[in-house]
Design a binder for this molecule. Structure first.
Ligand code: NAD
Length: 273
């Protein structure tokens, strides 16, 4: 069965892999991104592979743009069957004591507000249709906290909690809502960093029991499964895809010593000792 699939932030990275996987499986895909060239490029890839889709640009942190995106999708396809709330930005890394207000607000606005705005619009369409699958991109940071990413972890924890509430509220309408919590993913950006010998990436890999990053395609295939009939009774779950990194503590030790060395708050305390 063809299912109209909207993937936010699918102009690159994990979102791109999800969009391509769904298109390859015969589903019409709405590619969304704030960066127009990136979104258009992925739509071209979909079409070159014989798939069907459209590009609807929108900033997911802007409620008016989100409403307009869903209205355009509804007009074109009659509704949205699957929503993958994937768009996001990485944090600039700082200890909570050093964090700028702007860092906090930006991350919460894109990750948490953006996920909520899209989920709400999708829920309204899906409740009328009597079917839907919503998959929210969280992170192991949202389950465990991560040194240097307080704002990002809090946003992802909020996404996880919203996933559970939405799963309870929407389940009776044949809509499932689940979250994926990846560890380090081998996106082109992270692979480039790894190739440059980034200690951040290397420490994350060393702290991962399977000894590698997750391929974006592995996450895409999991999301395809969660959207399938076989997964119709999986609801309100947070699925870790992290090679077991979440049960290891190496990354936090690394980030703690790395950030403490340049933390104005820590340096001030040390200078008065
Ligand atoms: N890469 C990882 O290791 C990793 C790990 C855990 C979770 N995640 C999560 O997976 C998701 C995708 O990450 P990625 O690594 O593929 O990132 P990425 O930067 O490669 O892709 C994110 C895409 O989202 C778009 N985007 C950013 N802000 C947007 C906005 N306001 N509106 C619409 N689009 C916007 C970007 O333009 C970009 O194309 C994010 O939610 C991220 O937090 C990533």
């Amino acid at each position: 069965m063809e299912m109209v699939t909207l993937v936010t932030g699918s102009g690159s990275g994990i979102g791109r892999a999800i969009a391509l996987e769904f298109a390859k499986s015969g589903h019409p895909v709405v590619v969304n991104d704030i960066v127009h060239e990136a979104g258009k490029r992925v739509l071209s890839e979909i079409e070159a592979g014989g798939g069907e889709g459209s590009f609807i640009p929108a900033d997911i942190s802007n409620v008016i743009q989100v409403k307009s995106m869903f209205e355009k999708a509804r007009k074109k396809y009659g509704g949205v069957d699957i929503l993958v709330n994937n768009a996001g930005v990485p944090g600039p890394f700082s200890l909570v004591a050093d964090m700028a207000d702007e860092t906090w607000h930006k991350t919460i606005s894109i990750h948490l507000n953006g996920t909520f705005f899209c989920l709400r619009e999708a829920a309204r369409l899906m409740m009328v249709a009597g079917f839907g699958r919503i998959i929210n991109m969280a992170s192991i940071a949202g389950l465990l906290g991560t040194v240097g990413s307080g704002e990002y972890g809090a946003a992802k924890a909020g996404i996880i909690n919203l996933t559970m509430t939405a799963a309870k509220e929407l389940g009776p309408f044949n809509i499932t809502v689940n979250a994926i919590a990846p560890g380090m993913v081998g996106t082109p950006t992270n692979v480039k960093l790894k190739d440059k010998g980034s200690p951040f990436i290397n420490t994350a890999i060393e702290g991962t029991p399977t000894g590698r990053m997750t391929d974006p395609e592995e996450i895409a295939k999991l999301i395809l499964f969660l959207s399938s009939e076989a997964a119709a009774n999986i609801n309100g779950q947070v699925i870790r895809v992290d090679g077991g990194a979440g049960i290891s503590i190496g990354m936090d030790d690394f980030m703690h010593s790395f950030l403490s060395k340049k933390s104005p708050t820590v340096m001030k305390i040390k200078s008065t000792e």
